[in-house]
Design a protein around this ligand. Structure first.
Ligand code: TPP
Ligand code: MG
Length: 619
């Protein structure tokens, strides 16, 4: 039995019936397709989508934005669902590359179907084709290769019979997942073929919970029992594996303090007695002091990025060693760790039995409680400040934290907000803190937030966004209005790049080129005031501004009542910053300069970088 379909029709037919199962819970993998049509997909994938109305199609405004939305959707779904992204050829396709990189770096599944140049070649060069003098087998879609976990170009109709199952294997693999790109030449999309019926039968991909090697697990138990100052780093893997309750029990029973990466924030409820908070460059004083002296670090579901390890300076105990629990072997072996290449939930359960009633020493328990209490006080101090107007970013975060419900979600990605939120936000739900800090991509916020809300319309989604990020990419506000999907957007307007301005000053460069000012001799004229309320309103959103604390509280309540996407613009102080706590980030400073400030920053940099460590295997 065969079915005669075009390549595009067969792809949509196949994708519609793919499902995943974890812990015997089954669900359809693709929630539909986001896209923008052009000549490279309108008559292929576009036609196929039209004849499959049960596979919803969402028209977006920018291809980068639609990939971010797919990523937000998949991350919110703990990687058990995602969206398909269709684009035309040329600029439509390359607009997706940033989105692909973001997804792959954050290990989030998205399926990209960029249109491609003609396979039959006779009409080349076609509109938007990159010509090469050395090969006819090159197109701009080759740029997707390094940012995709699987990449393929479909030159013949029957190739999808092997390419699509590969795409599914990678998308549903917790260790391998990321962006998958199938480049679809414009002519091939419309070609017909007699596909076997079996290809279109529902297929359920099991998302496994691999177990650690039994010997290594025993050894990890011994290492923990013999440690005096163990510390857990919870990464995104804890949340994706739905291991948060198990981690809560594990930490509660053993007393081992828990720190969180951006991806792992929300692993424990803010009130959990073992939570020491954010880890690393944007970490809390509690977490970073515990890390400094830890003799054993149990890193769960984390890539151990420089923000988490404070550029490898966070762990100063000469005898420190690592146990890494990670479904990806690549991460499990980092820092010369004892590698438990395994699922987080499964491994925490097994490690818990291995440790039975073992607990951390009493004096360490007291120290954790003391550091935690001191940190809580520091957060209170920042939340209670009544600065300005313009308000301090810290007090705005405090007001938001007090205003939002326990199930509400904040979405953010870049600027000074990620650091401040990582430190200060008290998360009350594992999905409450949605941050892209793998790619920290300005422009993720609105589009990603839209994907989050599409994945769970029952929750309120708050998109927190800097003025810089808003100016880079806010157009999916229009998509949210089209789809009647409400976002609560809070725009922090400090007239430029407070984050990079601060970094520039710390590097001795005095904030050069980081503020939004009119050009005089340099970019140092009067501050540019952009009317963001008018901008958001012109797109159709409900938009208001707030200058004082009370105005902001009222505006948030008012915006929440609105049925459509709202934008609350709050002016914040460019120069008022939440400090860093016992941490450092490696940003190399110019080795030669005539500027005293740069010379001083260089000297401090050279000194601080001496703390960077390699973690050679423990004897
Ligand atoms: C796409 C992209 N370009 C550049 C950067 C580098 N960068 C990081 S933060 C930042 C400034 C962000 O400005 P804004 O959104 O206003 O936030 P603020 O720093 O003022 O809090 C820049 C340019 C980035 N992360 N992403
Ligand atoms: Mg700004």
């Amino acid at each position: 039995m065969t079915r005669r379909l075009t390549v595009a029709q067969a792809i949509i037919q196949f994708l519609k019936v793919q499902a995943v199962a974890r812990d015997r819970k089954e669900q359809t993998f693709f929630g539909g397709c986001v896209g923008i049509f052009g000549h490279g997909n309108v008559a292929g994938i576009g036609q196929a989508l039209q004849q499959n109305p049960d596979f919803p199609y969402y028209l977006f405004r920018n291809e980068q934005g639609m990939v971010h939305a797919a990523t937000g959707f998949a991350k919110m779904s703990n990687r058990l669902r995602t969206l398909v992204c269709t684009s035309s050829i040329g600029p439509g396709a390359t607009n997706m590359i940033t989105g692909a990189a973001l997804a792959t770096i954050n290990r989030i599944p998205v399926l990209l179907l960029p249109g491609d140049i003609f396979s039959r070649r006779n009409v080349a060069p076609v509109l938007q084709q990159l010509e090469s003098t050395s090969s006819q087998d090159v197109s701009v879609n080759d740029c997707f290769r390094p940012v995709s976990r699987y990449w393929d170009r479909i030159q013949r109709p029957e190739q999808i019979l092997t390419a699509l199952p590969e795409a599914m294997r990678v998308l549903t693999s917790p260790a391998e997942t990321g962006a998958v790109t199938l480049a679809l030449p414009q002519d091939v999309q419309a070609e017909a073929y007699d596909y076997p019926e079996e290809f279109f039968e529902r297929r359920v991909w099991t998302i496994a919970r691999p177990r650690a090697d039994a010997g290594l697990l025993k050894q990890a138990g011994e290492w923990i029992r013999s440690s005096r100052r163990p510390l857990i780093i919870a990464g995104g893997g804890v949340i994706y594996s739905e291991a948060t309750e198990e981690l809560s029990r594990f930490a509660g029973r053993t007393g081992i303090p828990v720190t969180e990466t951006h991806g792992g924030k929300g692993s424990l409820h803010a009130d959990h007695p073992q939570l020491a908070g954010a880890m690393g460059v944007t970490g809390t004083s509690a977490a970073n002091r515990l890390a400094r002296d830890a003799d054993l670090v149990i890193a769960i579901g984390t890539r151990l990025s420089d923000f988490t390890t404070a550029s490898k300076t966070a762990f100063q105990n000469p005898a420190v060693r690592f146990v890494n629990i990670n479904v990806a072997e690549f991460d499990a072996f980092k820092h010369a760790a004892l590698p438990l290449t395994a699922d987080a939930l499964q491994t925490l359960e097994e490690l818990g039995s291995e440790l039975s009633s073992w607990q951390i020493p009493k004096d360490y328990q007291c120290e954790v409680a003391r550091l935690r209490a001191a940190w809580d006080q520091e957060v209170e101090r920042i939340f209670a400040r009544r600065h300005g107007p313009p308000l301090s970013q810290g007090e705005v975060i405090g007001l938001l934290n007090a205003t939002l419900g326990p199930k509400d979600i904040i979405v953010n990605a870049a600027g000074s907000l990620p650091g401040d939120l990582h430190k200060l936000w008290r998360t009350r739900d594992p999905k409450g803190y949605h941050m892209d800090y793998g790619y920290s991509c300005m422009g993720y916020e609105v589009a990603g937030g839209l994907g989050v809300k599409m994945a769970d319309p029952s929750r309120e989604v708050y998109v927190l966004i800097g003025d810089g990020s808003y100016l880079m990419m806010a157009q999916e506000i229009v998509t949210s209005l089209q789809e009647k999907i409400k976002l609560n957007i809070v725009l922090f307007d400090n007239h430029g790049f407070s984050s990079i301005g601060g970094l520039s000053r710390a590097c001795g460069s005095g904030g050069f080129g980081t503020e939004y000012r009119y050009r005089e001799a340099e970019l140092n004229g009067p501050v540019m005031v952009t009317d963001f309320v008018a901008n958001a309103a012109s797109l159709g959103a409900y938009a208001v501004c707030a200058r004082t604390y009370d105005q902001l509280a009222a505006a948030l309540a008012d915006a929440k009542k609105q049925p459509r996407t709202s934008v609350v613009v709050v002016e914040t102080d460019y120069n008022d910053r939440v400090p860093g706590y016992d941490s450092w980030w490696d940003v190399p400073i110019a080795e030669v300069s005539e500027n005293r400030a740069v010379q001083e920053a260089r000297a401090a940099f050279v000194e601080a970088s001496k703390k960077e460590r390699y973690f050679w295997p423990a004897k």
